[in-house]
Design a protein around this ligand. Sequence first.
Ligand code: MG
Length: 286
Amino acid sequence: MAVMNKKIVKTILGFAIIVNGLAACSVNNDTSETIDTKPVEQTTTENEAPLEEQLTMSLVWYQTSGENKSLYLQGYNIGKTMLDKKLAAGTEKKPAIILDIDETVLDNSPYNAYLASSGDVYPNHWDEWVNKAEAEPLPGSLDFLNYVDSKGVDIFYISNRRVEQMDATIKNLQNKGFPQVKDSHILLESDTSSKENRRESVLAEHEVLLLFGDNLNDFSDLFEEKNVKERLDTVQDLRAEFGNKFIVFPNPMYGDWEGAVYEYDWEKTDEEKKKDRKESLNVFKP
Ligand SMILES: [Mg+2]
């Protein structure tokens, strides 16, 4: 998961509280601040459900649907087919693949379910979840990556978990049996949430055959900070890459798709975000 800054004005039991913090599982470019571990107050009023409760339906789908499981399997099956095809064609440099970590190889949905059920907000308890190092592998990921490893292909995990979370991330991935889990193959966020420089560092020595992620920013910087229409248009422009070089996994819980709806103004109040969400919809009017 990546981080974003958030300044929230909240009213809880009639008291206005101003809190500086970081909020949910999303990205912006201002990553100069380190994670503030002070608790971020949740937004709620007596009569209104917290914004986080809107996560519930996404989580029901993510955690219970066979459709979600099959989409992960589908993505990794396509990955294997394409890997075999590309290796057979030969590469000029050492072959590699790049994967995101969160919601690509590791399932953090229990943390998001905590947010939805409690109304608490990211990053409260996110470090605690990461440090438990118990996130489960997503369907198909382990089999696929062990196959990739058996073919002598380098695996790079590029994640916007912060560098301070390296040890816990290595522990989690190793405990679950992922291959090539070592410092030099795990590129976490230090100074920028953009993954472009980290991708380029891999490209310097490797031919990257495939990229896997749940966020379009896992594939190209063409998507960074783009609005809803620009993101959709860029997907159209790059349509030949999906299922070929880019393998996308579903994440209805969080991502830059959400930031795009707010025009990346994560400091908007929950009420403004709710309004943006509703206004982004294409609605049938009977
Ligand atoms: Mg991710």
